[in-house]
Design a protein around this ligand. Structure first.
Ligand code: FES
Ligand code: FES
Length: 164
């Protein structure tokens, strides 16, 4: 047994997982290479683009900067966890399609997860965000294809219709 490995247990997309990992392992590598969840995208790998965003205990984090040991005892949601047989597309994803906010799609998973986290935050506070707040919530995401307007339209549409 490799004594350098650290035991961690966590929940990802509703499933409990236990692993022994190197202390230097980055969360995105655990997710993509060890768990084979490829919806989490490696973009800049330095915290600038948001493509690698996942939710940790409901908060959006850049998984390229997050040490995997820190997920011990926590709940992780990746884009794969948003779908189910009953609901293949989450309402945020429906809105992205409806507004034509997806081109190559590289940025999309991260944007959808950040929108989900922001939506939960707004719900807790009982508020409907303004367009300015929607824009601000997505400022950590880069998209090289869409020009952003359609993405903001889609996120705003979702976030201002709390029943969806
Ligand atoms: S890949 Fe993580 S922020 Fe760009
Ligand atoms: S749709 Fe291509 S990077 Fe956003």
């Amino acid at each position: 047994m490799d004594e350098n490995l650290i035991p961690i247990s966590f929940t990802i997309n509703g499933e409990k997982v236990s692993k022994r990992i190197l202390p230097s392992l980055i969360l995105i590598d655990l997710i993509r290479d060890q768990l084979q969840l490829k919806g989490t995208k490696p973009g800049c790998l330095e915290g600038e683009c948001g493509a690698c965003t996942v939710l940790v205990n409901g908060s959006a984090v850049n998984s390229c900067l997050y040490m995997a040991v820190n997920i011990d005892g926590k709940e992780i949601l990746t884009i794969e966890g948003l779908s189910s047989i009953e609901q293949p597309l989450h309402p945020i994803q429906e809105k992205m399609l409806e507004h034509g906010a997806v081109q190559c799609g590289f940025c999309t998973c991260g944007i959808v997860l950040t929108t989900k986290a922001f939506g939960e935050e707004c719900k807790k506070e009982g508020k409907i965000p303004t367009r300015k707040e929607v824009k601000k919530s997505l400022e950590g995401h880069l998209c090289r294809c869409t020009g952003y307007v359609k993405i903001i339209d889609a996120a705003e549409d979702y976030l201002t219709h709390p029943s969806v």
